[in-house]
Write a protein that binds this ligand. Sequence first.
Ligand code: 26M
Length: 822
Amino acid sequence: SNKTDCSRTGMTLIDLNRCFNEHLFYTQGRLPLSATLNDHYMAAAYTVRDRLLHRWVCTVRDFIREGVKVVGYLSAEFLLGPHLGNNMINLDIFDEVREASENVGRNLDAMLDHEEEPGLGNGGLGRLAACYLDSLATLEIPAIGYGIRYEFGIFDQEIRDGWQVEKTDKWLRLGNPWEIPRPEVTYEVKFGGHTAGYCDDGGCYRSRWTPDRVVRGIAYDTPILGYKVNTCNMLRLWKAEAVESFDFASFNVGNYYGAVHEKVYSENISKVLYPNDEQIQGKQLRLEQQYFFVSCSLQDMIRLHLAIGKSLEYFHEEFAIQLNDTHPSVAVAELMRLLVDEHHMDWDTAWHVTRNVFGYTNHTLLPEALERWPLRLFANLLPRHLEIIFEINRRFLDEVRVIYPDDEARIARLSLIDEQGERYVRMANLACVGSRAINGVAKLHTELLKTTVLKDFYELWPEKFSNKTNGVTPRRWMVLSNPGLTRLIRSRIGGGWIKKLDRLKRLESYAGDDAFRREWQAVKTGNKQALAALILERTGISVNPDSMFDIQVKRIHEYKRQHLNVLHVVTLYNRLRRNPGLDMLPRTVIFGGKAAPSYYMAKLIIKLINSVADVVNHDPAVRNRLKVVFFPDFNVKSAQKIYPAADLSEQISTAGKEASGTGNMKFSMNGALTIGTLDGANVEIREEVGADNFFLFGLTAEEVARIKSEGYDPRSIYLSNPDLREAIDLIGSGFFSRGDPDLFKPLVDSLLYQDEYMLLADYQSYVDCQDRVSEAYRDRDRWTRMAILNVARMGKFSSDRAIREYCREIWRVSPNTVEMED
Ligand code: 26M
């Protein structure tokens, strides 16, 4: 029978109270008197999870019944953030659970703070995957997220003596109530060895792969519920384990250590997330991770497809598979291998299925971030895949030669193999050739893809290209993180905007309403006070909530130009030193973000921020007009407290370098105004909010390219701009480094003699723009009016809009309402 037990999954306060106490007793084994904070958190998590699972079984049942097309979102990263609060929002039981927890004498916020977040991503790309899972479920689209269950996610950042120190992220220490292990859902993944040709029964040439290692992937499922719907999709993450038969082989000959080594070696694959974004390192274990999760995921989709009784020639009609950047792009070769080698399909049919099932999203324009693998390494790890890639390439280049006869330079650029010097497999080329659709993540980014990194593919197949501007989920980034603002908006326009973000437009008419503006300011002040308390707790620095909160939080990278922000801070400081009585608008400049552990310059920028902060914050002459804070360990959890407290959002990357940015959207949605370049999605944010409500500065992408090609000389700018010179000289003099002029020399020299990201070219424009920001902030009513208009015009940047576009234009999937019987 399908009847479910309502007493276990009821939604009333009485049901929730009872369920909470039952979990405390039967799951945690505690009486109320001895329950710890963790016990209460676990009981609340299981209480919420019961309600997710109820919807999950209904969703799965309906999928099987209806045989609907499913999205498979392949991503090496899912930066989910804490589950409890988000699931309470999506179930619409936030207030009830708060009351249930208070009934057992536990403050809900303490429980929410207690949750360790799954930090299974580096930054933008991984967080985007998480927002997209939320929107897919909310839009009632059948979807499965596939990735890796890293035992250790992105490292925890500590600051010692101003430097970043990395600590292992032990997120599973206290257990994970949100995942369901599926020990019976496993697949074997082969590595290494060699291939040999043979003739099959029908006289066809085939290749047999004899690996030298086999690893098993085990599924761990996390339910992903949509907002106020019954659709509960799943995130299926793979953990690597040893295959016993391999152990026993060694064990039998008495090689106990060999057997244990095999086990440890296998389990290494899902052990740790690589903490570098944008710069790739070419480590074999990383390729093992990518192939491991791709193979498990494709085998899983094939099994699900066969389970509903369909033939594999129709695989692309039942699944749409999205490649989140090139990290899972070995899927193109792996699907061919599974279809041809394991399921005995002919090459042409398999290629038809493959080419029609995949979509590829590109997230970068930085040439150093384009993934390529040394051919040697690839051949040793995946010999059969290299054969398949050679065959795909041979057929592909034959087609190209027909269209562009004798254009050998173009053929070399399109080839899946880079043959200039050491040979490499080009993963972006593989993804382009193997996909039906290719997209960038913001208008400007897509245009630049078409004219630069993917130009040859665009000229070949213009119809494959489209833009899908990124979006973020308003459930986590407004409703959950900014309850004050949500309440205020609800009081005027109701709650329809949470699913239809365009409805925020209705706030525009309140921008001129005095009472509304005062309430708006009170919400912002409350959020700033809360952040000030957190800053004090985490850094010991006390900041003034009446000052302007000027915030830049994102991964630390030279192209994102945190050090341009520092140059502005030093410029303000120099003004105060020159003119101690200056009537300057008080600012608190807040930074946060992690540097890749091997990225020396990024780590030096963190040290610079902390060094400048030390001097400025302790200089009595500054008299609280300027404070500088480096907020340690920026992650999803702290982001939820930071965005709502911002007055000013710093989006200052060199034009043409930031693919989209998504933090820019989160800030604006929470009523911060943006100071930014015409880069990534900033362009579209400015288009939406209006030029008057956006602080624009800097060169355009075109100007950057032109100046670079004409020969850029940062030193001449330094010599001709006294304020800039004074700022750089102060850093170079050792003033911020206890008299040591060597500490920041690499940074100063890189600006003076290279300045790859053109900070000096944009410096004056940035400082002038910051002066306009300060002037605008002095008129608090005008500022608030602009902030309201920013929020009112953020509709476009909901991930719901982005996912609707993917569904219609790439995946060709439609909603499927899930019914719940009770
Ligand atoms: C690759 C190989 C080996 C190890 C790590 C990587 C790797 C991991 C993450 C490379 C890049 C990674 O992330 C890139 C990223 O986050 N890109 C950002 O994507 C966002 C979502 O589209 C955009 O908004 C940002 O502009 C873009 O920088």
